[in-house]
Design a protein around this ligand. Structure first.
Ligand code: ADP
Length: 462
């Protein structure tokens, strides 16, 4: 059974892990899809902006004009290539500033709800010539020339479009001769939305929250089911133990009864009145032992609300002195010492003496049953804030911490089975607790393995 539960737990954990991984994978895919959709949506909006916002288009064309003039100077005047490239890479603030402002205004007008940064880069410049083309700037993926917009980091943005355009530009030289420059340029436009992660996550919040809740729900369900299973297994174990114990307890008297009744049929026994009497005595004792066992199961199984208390007044000193003496007398041939320290002030207790004594004796009997060779029991009672406290300590084998919580459970015996070789049904402490509860009191236990155990009973004093 334990193996089955372990297999179930491992399977449940593995299933949960698989489920969580599949969910993580699906969420990641959804995230990628949403991101793509979001970027496409933005690209469309920017496309519309590029087509419709005339002022933006006009400003953007300004850079083209400046660029063509510079390139013309390089081709037909004495501007060196390095100087041309340096001029191209130099500050583009004036045009860019005007452009950015117009661009942001248009973005706002389009009601997208977030900011977009835009930039244009040149990736290659070639001057076309009928004799030989001049590659002024060879294709450079890593270090393009920024020409317009906001110069954000390359790896932060997304490419919106790529253009390869061929055009010409004519200008008069110093002598007044018109010279035409033909060139091929490759540009790429990029956009950057600093808030895109937040926006995509907000759009996914429903799915995210749903899957986290679902996962938590499944974890909870697994946890609850396994916990219940373990609890049921414990109850089943306890019941099996009880059946084993009671069968064991019944076996001896039944076997003796059977032997005694068989011997009654023998002529020698029938002829000897003494032997006959002896055998009848055995039958009688075994019969009452069986009766006692059954009574124990019947009465000791009662819950606190089923117990009917017949309270009477009794003085604590007399009550404890008498009961402890009775108990000491009943334990024969044992190395037993009982120390007692009863509250010096006389206290009148209102208890059901019969039931309370059974509970008290159950605890004392345990101190003997689970004691070592030499048994020392100490009983201390005291009055504390209208509560009468009875402390019973022994120097026995003790109870482990994990068992302490459940020793009062019905049929519970430590280390299931007859490990201690001590007879019992696991009802003594259960019954003691029911009796104390019926008196509106409480019972607590403290223990240390191999050192001893202390039970503390508290009952109210009216
Ligand atoms: P039983 O004695 O019939 O087994 P109880 O309900 O009286 O049942 O006790 C439950 C279990 O608690 C016992 O099986 C025993 O292992 C443990 N126990 C009770 N009292 C003591 C004690 N004084 N010292 C050590 N173990 C104890």
């Amino acid at each position: 059974m334990q193996r089955k539960i372990n297999i179930l737990i491992i399977t449940a954990v593995l299933t949960l892990l698989a489920l969580a991984s599949i969910q993580a994978y699906l969420i990641y895919n959804t995230y990628e899809l949403k991101k793509k959709a979001f970027l496409n949506e933005t690209k469309d909006a920017i496309g519309r902006l590029d087509d419709e916002a005339e002022l933006v288009i006009e400003t953007a064309e300004l850079w083209g004009q400046e660029f063509a003039e510079l390139l013309w100077e390089y081709r037909f005047e004495d501007l060196k290539k390095e100087e041309f490239l340096a001029a191209l890479r130099s500050d583009k603030d004036s045009v860019s500033k005007a452009f950015n402002k117009l661009y942001q205004d248009e973005v706002k007008k389009s009601n997208l709800g977030y900011n977009i940064q835009f930039k244009k880069n040149i990736y290659s410049i070639v001057i076309l010539d009928s004799v030989v083309n001049d590659t002024v700037f060879a294709f450079n993926e890593e270090n393009p020339i920024f020409v317009l917009g906001e110069n954000f980091n390359e790896d932060e943005g997304y490419r919106i479009s790529q253009a390869r355009w061929q055009t010409d530009y004519t200008q008069n030289d110093k002598e007044g001769v018109a010279r035409t420059l033909e060139f091929l340029v490759m540009t790429r436009d990029r956009m950057n939305i600093s808030e895109w992660k937040r926006i995509v996550l907000i759009r996914m919040s429903g799915i995210l929250a749903g899957s986290v809740l679902l996962l938590l729900f499944v974890v909870g369900l697994f946890y609850y089911s396994i916990k219940n299973l373990i609890k049921q297994k414990k109850v089943a174990d306890v019941k099996t133990d009880f059946i084993n114990n009671i069968t064991h307890e019944l076996k001896t008297p039944l076997a003796t009864l059977s032997l005694a009744s068989k011997s009654l049929k023998q002529r020698e026994i029938l002829d000897s009145p003494k032997a006959f009497e002896n055998t009848l005595g055995i039958l009688d004792r075994q019969n009452s032992r069986l009766q006692k066992l059954i009574d124990q199961v019947m009465t000791n199984s009662l819950g606190s609300d089923e117990l009917v208390l017949n309270k009477e007044q009794t003085i604590d000193t007399t009550y404890f002195k008498n009961r402890i003496d009775d108990f000491a007398l009943s334990v024969q041939s044992q190395d037993l010492t009982i120390q007692r320290k009863i509250e010096p002030k006389e206290v009148i207790l209102r208890i059901d003496t019969f039931l309370f004594t059974t509970a008290f004796f159950n605890i004392l009997e345990n101190a003997v049953k689970y004691g070592k060779e030499s048994i020392e029991i100490s009983i201390n009672t005291r009055l504390k804030n209208n509560q009468y406290e009875i402390e019973i300590s022994d120097n026995g084998i003790g109870i482990s911490e994990k068992d302490l919580k459940i020793v009062f459970d019905k049929f519970y015996r430590v280390a299931s089975g007859n490990v201690h070789n001590v007879k019992g049904l696991g009802l003594g402490l259960y019954y003691a607790k029911q009796v104390i509860d019926a008196h509106e009191g409480s019972i607590q236990v403290n223990s240390e393995l191999n050192k001893g155990t202390t039970f503390t009973i508290t009952i109210p004093v009216n």
